[in-house]
Design a protein around this ligand. Structure first.
Ligand SMILES: [Zn+2]
Ligand SMILES: [Zn+2]
Length: 328
């Protein structure tokens, strides 16, 4: 199969289709004071809040030892959150890298909400705009836009913007332009509407399990902290490191026209999402770690779901498609 054939067949599409298939000239971004307020509120609740909880949890370790219950809650809910982020929001909803059932779609949407990275539709709109303008003006969270300037602190300024700064001030991509396929999906929109409730459930459930397991309010507090804010803080910074580190440091194996990098440092905590150069070259591929040694937990989970018959039509670039973009 040639690259042209692969693109026509949807096996290799660098840019998500919905942005290009907008017949009515809908505006690409939405601006206004209410958007800025919503961004600041989300930043305080879902980024600063987990950081504060993380600090409290670490400080408490001086007085109260952390045991297997807390570690189990952290690991279990972290894995569910990352499945929601990596398989759900990113590979499925943003890129349609595989097909699945309605029930699984809802499960993936709820798990995606659990991660606290924004409602499904908003996250997908931001991410599709990122691919459309990757490392160019218009990219919501690039560390490399030309207007960052030069000088000794240019890289640091870019990293700060891509990791933190953009969260409180970025052009809000219009879901009616970037995610029309999702906006039309009524069951998905219902899950999307209850985003905050799913995040709260991700705090209440570990608190209840911790309280019941220890039989005390202190146990409930520990369960809340390690299954809630600590987990959200780790997930948050893992995802944000893809924006910052994986578009600044690492190697390049494929031509992409941006500064995406294959970064090994955060491959494990990001579920394999940090192989950004691979991903930007083959955006609709369900497999992001394209070499045997490139850890891609998300793809391993997906293979397991495929073996169980829960997902199908999993997109993988073939050797010819890979070779066409390979940097010699
Ligand atoms: Zn990227
Ligand atoms: Zn992507």
């Amino acid at each position: 199969m040639t690259v042209v054939q692969a693109m026509r067949d949807g096996d290799l599409d660098d840019e998500p289709a919905p942005a290009a298939a907008n017949p009515r000239g809908t505006s690409q971004t939405i601006a206004g004071a209410f958007i800025r307020r919503a961004q600041r509120r989300h930043f305080l609740l879902y980024n600063v809040g987990p950081f504060a909880g993380f600090v409290v949890a670490i400080a408490l370790c001086w007085w109260v030892p952390v045991g297997p219950i807390e570690i189990g809650l952290l690991a279990g809910l972290w894995a569910l959150s990352m499945i929601g982020m990596s398989l759900g929001l990113h590979r499925y909803f943003a890129h349609r890298a595989f097909k699945t059932s309605r029930a699984m779609r809802r499960v993936l949407a709820v798990l995606g909400c659990l991660a606290g990275q924004g409602p499904v539709v908003s996250w997908v709109a931001v991410h599709r705009r990122h691919h459309e303008h990757s490392d160019q003006p218009g990219d919501p969270h690039s560390p490399n836009p030309a207007h960052r300037g030069t000088g000794p602190f240019a890289t640091a300024r870019g990293l700060w913007h891509a990791h933190v700064g953009w969260l409180v001030n970025h052009e809000y991509p219009n879901p009616l332009y970037y995610a029309t396929d999702l906006v039309r999906d009524k069951p998905l929109m219902r899950a999307n509407r209850y985003y905050a409730a799913w995040v709260v459930a991700g705090l209440v459930v570990p608190a209840a399990i911790g309280g019941l397991a220890h039989g005390s309010w202190l146990g409930a507090l520990l369960g809340f902290l390690w299954g809630g804010p600590v987990r959200l803080f780790i997930v948050d910074n893992s995802i944000l490191s893809i924006n910052s580190f994986s578009h600044t440091y690492g190697s390049r194996a494929y031509r992409t026209g941006d500064n995406s990098r294959n970064n090994a440092w955060v491959a494990l905590p990001t579920f394999g999402e940090s192989w950004q150069n691979n991903h930007h070259a083959f955006a609709s591929s369900a497999r992001i770690g394209l070499q045997w040694w490139q850890i891609d937990l998300g793809y391993l989970v997906l293979c397991g779901l495929e073996a169980l018959g829960l997902v199908w039509d999993v997109k993988r670039p073939n050797a010819e498609t890979l070779a066409a973009k390979r940097i010699i």
